[in-house]
Write a protein that binds this ligand. Structure first.
Ligand SMILES: [Fe+2]
Ligand SMILES: [Fe+2]
Length: 166
């Protein structure tokens, strides 16, 4: 079924909006980590950041891999491989933050603020590639984006439910 250019644009806009919302939320957590006045505040901000990354950002990444990336892989295998490496990198950074959060000693302020800012920076540039390169590429190959977004939203919702019950 053909999709009009306006429909394609609407899907890309919806993904862009979701990415921007995640980026803003992530920036808020990153700022809270950086601005924490003491160890207690820092620990609370860090655990909120880790919970958000695990509960939403990594769930989103997994949902993308099984839907949008699967559609893009035959068109641009190296691009998808590179984006998957970025997902792996994000997951490793989240694990590092989680280890810091679980550590016996309070995290040092500056290294923690830098680590949080690094996650945000990777996320932003990664999401821009999805918005501006991957989705237009899939659309240009004639694949309707609306059903793909629907699949991704279902995978995301299933992932959120699984994360909530874990
Ligand atoms: Fe992604
Ligand atoms: Fe994404």
């Amino acid at each position: 079924m053909a999709e009009t250019a306006a429909e394609t644009e609407a899907v890309i806009a919806a993904v862009r909006t979701h990415h921007a919302a995640m980026s803003d939320t992530l920036a808020g957590h990153t700022e809270a980590v950086a601005r924490a006045a003491d160890d207690r505040q820092r620990a609370a901000a860090l655990s909120a950041l880790v919970a958000y990354l695990r509960g939403e950002v990594l769930v989103h990444a997994a949902a993308e891999e099984s839907t949008i990336y699967a559609a893009a892989a035959p068109l641009a295998p190296s691009l998808v491989e590179a984006l998957e490496l970025e997902h792996r990198d994000l997951a490793e950074q989240v694990q590092g933050l989680a280890r810091t959060a679980a550590g016996a000693t309070p995290p040092a302020a500056l290294p923690l603020a830098m680590a949080a800012a690094a996650v945000l920076a990777v996320f932003r540039v990664h999401a821009a590639k999805e918005n501006d390169v991957v989705l237009p590429l899939v659309a240009a190959a004639g694949q309707p984006l609306r059903p793909l977004l629907g699949e991704m939203e279902r995978a995301f919702a299933a992932g959120l439910a699984a994360a909530a019950s874990a």
